[in-house]
Design a protein around this ligand. Structure first.
Ligand code: ATP
Ligand code: MG
Length: 250
């Protein structure tokens, strides 16, 4: 088993991952390890295969070949539910919230607490959601608001709150701040950094290289489905990463 100098096993290890959609190769020969408390950024131009990779780890797409290992054990992510049971939470680029439901129901979707009468414990869901959105500074009118009445940025805030609340091992963030304002983005970045203290591994997709360099320990570059390389953030710079993304020298 691969370990770091500190002797810890990676929380996630991907080996030789490939994904084809019919004749299209979305991912070829991808390998990556993410350690507990580590933030890895996944970067690349539109269509490079970033979201596909997230969906492979989160059980939405099965890889065409390759292996996924968590804490040293090979796993099959046959569904999103299975990924959750492994402690993986995701903020998808297209968010995947239930539009007709309230904020608090979305927070607990699929894991609603029940009271001793077997009924939904709405009080508890409302209170916990309220506490969470305050902690994360998600500015919504109320946790009883329906998702479809929220702005794009507010929805993104709810999706991030849900993921950070439930993740125990790994969190995958696909463009989490794309719809957010300056102060909301700063708050999300602070939240992502705080996941380190909980020893949670983070894979974050971002088109903002400034954000990538503010957050990431390592940076992994994809170009048209090919893994171009992985760099320690402290040992590279924007010019090198841009050259890797585009394939052009700068
Ligand atoms: N369900 C699918 N069926 C067929 N092709 C797909 C599917 N999902 C993705 N693709 C293709 O796989 C390639 C990678 O797409 P992906 O969404 O992973 O890119 P991305 O790096 O996330 O891009 P962006 O930065 O625009 O979000 C693209 O060519 C896309 O058209
Ligand atoms: Mg994408």
């Amino acid at each position: 088993m691969d370990t770091t100098a500190s002797g810890r096993a990676p929380v996630l290890q991907l080996k030789d991952i490939r994904k084809h959609f019919g004749g299209i190769t979305a991912i070829e020969n991808f390998a990556l390890e993410i350690y507990p408390g580590e933030i890895v950024a996944l970067v690349g131009d539109n269509g490079a295969g970033k979201s596909t990779l997230v969906k492979i780890v989160s059980g939405v797409h099965a890889p065409s070949s390759g292996t996924i290992t968590m804490e040293g054990r090979e796993v099959t992510m046959a569904s999103a539910t299975m990924a959750r049971s492994h402690g993986i939470e995701v903020v998808y680029q297209d968010l995947a919230l239930a539009d007709q439901q309230t904020v608090y129901m979305n927070l607990f979707l699929g894991r609603e607490p029940v009271n001793r009468f077997g009924l939904l414990d709405r009080r508890r869901m409302i209170d916990e959601t309220d506490k969470l959105v305050k902690e994360l500074d998600v500015r919504i009118p109320s946790v009883r608001a329906t998702i479809r009445n929220l702005s794009g940025g507010q929805r993104q805030g709810v999706a991030i709150a849900r993921a950070t609340h439930w993740a125990s091992k790994l969190i995958l963030l696909d463009e989490p701040t794309a719809a957010l304002g300056v102060s909301e983005t700063a708050k999300v970045e602070e939240t992502v950094r705080s996941l380190k203290q909980r020893n949670i591994g983070v894979l974050i997709i971002s088109h903002s290289l400034d954000q990538v360099f503010r957050l990431a320990d390592r940076i992994c570059v994809l170009r048209r489905g090919r893994q171009i390389g992985i760099r320690n953030a402290a040992e590279t710079d924007k010019n090198e990463i841009i050259a890797m993304i585009t394939g052009l020298q700068h």
